[in-house]
Structure formats: C-alpha cells, structure tokens
Design a protein around this ligand. Structure first.
Ligand code: SF4
Ligand code: SF4
Length: 306
C-alpha cells in the first residue's frame, strides 16, 4: 500500500506530547481560507516554485511539453498555471532545485523506517508521531496500518483532523491513536461553507459520536483556529463554549490563534493568499477570546495553543 506524503518533519514540539515526528498526508476535502499548508490540499503532486533559488539557466522552458514556462534571461521563469499539468519534467531537470514537486509516494514500510529512526527522541521526551495534512482521513487505510505498527513498538500516536469523512474512517483511526486533535472551525453552517468550502453537519455529527463512543479510549482535543473577523465574534465564542460543554468524552478545548506562516507557500504554488493583510490577533484579544469561551465551556478545560 502506498500513500502520497507531502513532508515528514522531525523534532516537532506541537500536536502531541514530547518531541514528535510529523507526517503530512496529501489531500484535503476542505479549502480553509487561512490554511497554512496549502501544498497538502490537492491530491496529485503539484509544482512548487522557489524563485529565489533559480540559477537562470532556462532549462525549464526548454523541457516543458505544455509551453507553460516563460523565461527571460536574468529573471525567474513565469509559470502559466492554466497550461501546466504538474507533469514534473521541469522539476526533474532544474539544477537549482528552484522547481520541486510537492508530494512523494511512500509505502508503509518506508515511512515506518523513517519514524523508527527517531525512537531515541520519543523515548527521551515522551514523544511520538503525529499524522497531519492535508486530511489524514483521505488516506485512512494507510494511516491505520502505519499507526498500528507504531503502537506495536510503543510509539505514542496522534493525528489532526477536520473530521470531514465517513465516521467509519474516523473510528478505525481512533482505535490506533492516543490523541486526536479535532478541528471544528465554525458552528454556523453557512459560515462554515463560506470559510472552508464544505458544510459542517458531518463534522459536528462525527465529533459528537466520537466523543460519546471513543472518548474513554483516546484523548480527543477539540480545536478552534481563531481567525480575526471570521470566527471570533463574541456570540460565536459563547456558542462554541456551550457546544464544547455539551460534548461527551472531550479532554479539552484548544484555541489556536491565526498566524501567517504559510503565506509563502501560496506564492510557491502561484496562488493568491485569501486573507490578504489580516494580522494575527493581538495577545489581549486572544486572552479575551479564551476567557469568553471559558465562561460557557462548563467543565471543559480551555487552553490557548500559540
Ligand atoms: S531550470 Fe530551474 S534554475 Fe533553470 S531557469 Fe528554470 S527554475 Fe531556474
Ligand atoms: S510541471 Fe510539466 S507542465 Fe508544468 S511547467 Fe513543469 S514541465 Fe511544464
């Protein structure tokens, strides 16, 4: 079995306890406007351009069978994304690695061997592996098999998910995970569609059911990415706290303040950044939001994960 993986990142300190190795799966059914990993969204491999690394050789324009590359000496080439079909020929030839393909196919064995290489760090820090994306549930059979192998070696397992998938896939992962970080991005369906491109009914059903049926076996962390002007209105925060309080089997609720770290990836993909110049929320705004959610979250612990 093979999966398309965008990246495997070592020595991560987020999304689970201790030091972690994070596997970024490719493919996601959502298109969140603030996504910091747009290179994981689409399922086929995609051409990325790092214009600063260009050596100015013009080879890409010569090999492109689609005529998608315009090259002028002394300037980085311009890729016509309408013509480009992500065949990868230019990336194979590019001597400066200014053109690269996002996504590589791996077998379970290959990823497992890489993860095992960090065993000492897991042991010394109480860490483990985290599956991220993209959406892990879009390649769930692979993820289940990989997580089973990790668990047999005693490696702690965690995953991030949008929860937008048939419940059975979530259930299969829940049986091999120690932690699930479950994003619910907006409680209003119309707003959810506008911000992510998908409705929220399936996601809300899945978190309710998962908490009820599996909350005793796996630590489920509800997550709200806090995006200024999009989902941080006081009435939404009140409603969100009450929603968390009504769930069964939730370990805690984490608020993740918006950041702009993924912006340069949009440039590499030749795509615009939907949030323009929206700044990250100020410290006191985040503190106020946490306080507001807390007021309505009852017994659920509310944290801020910056
Ligand atoms: S092949 Fe690579 S280094 Fe050469 S012009 Fe194209 S992008 Fe630049
Ligand atoms: S990926 Fe293929 S089609 Fe796209 S610019 Fe490179 S060679 Fe041309």
């Amino acid at each position: 079995m093979k999966a398309l993986i965008e990246n495997i990142q070592h020595y991560c300190l987020h999304d689970g306890p201790g030091m972690r190795t994070t596997v970024f799966f490719k493919g996601c059914p959502l298109r969140c406007l603030w996504c910091s990993n747009p290179t994981t969204q689409r399922m086929p491999k995609e051409l990325l351009q790092k214009a600063d690394d260009c050596l100015g050789c013009g080879l890409c324009a010569r090999v492109c069978p689609k005529g998608a590359v315009a090259f002028e000496p002394g300037k980085a080439p311009v890729i016509d994304r309408e013509l480009c079909d992500d065949c990868g020929l230019c990336a194979r030839e590019c001597p400066g690695k200014a053109l690269v393909m996002a996504g590589n196919e791996y077998t379970v064995e290959e990823v497992f061997d890489i993860l095992k290489g960090d065993m000492l760090f897991y042991r010394n820090s109480g860490g483990g592996v985290t599956f991220s994306g993209g959406e892990v549930l879009s390649q769930s059979a692979f993820a289940v098999e990989l997580a089973e192998r990790c668990r047999r070696l005693g490696i702690n397992t965690a995953m991030e998910t949008s929860g937008f998938a048939p419940y059975e896939r979530l259930l299969a992962l829940a049986d091999v995970m120690d932690h699930i970080f479950f994003d619910v991005k907006h409680l209003d369906d119309e707003a959810h569609r506008r911000l992510t491109g998908q409705p929220n009914a399936l996601i809300l059903d899945n978190i309710r059911r998962l908490g009820r049926e599996k909350g005793g076996n796996v630590r489920i962390h509800l997550r709200l990415p806090l995006i200024p002007g999009l989902n941080d209105a006081p009435e939404h925060l009140d409603r969100y706290g009450a929603f968390a309080a009504g769930l069964e089997g939730i370990a805690d609720l984490e608020l993740l303040p918006y950041h702009r770290l993924g912006k340069n990836k949009y440039d590499m993909l030749g795509r615009g950044y939907a949030l323009g110049d929206v700044p990250p929320p100020a410290r006191d705004a985040v503190a106020a939001a946490v306080g507001r959610v807390r007021e309505h979250a009852g017994h659920v612990k509310v944290l801020c994960v910056a």
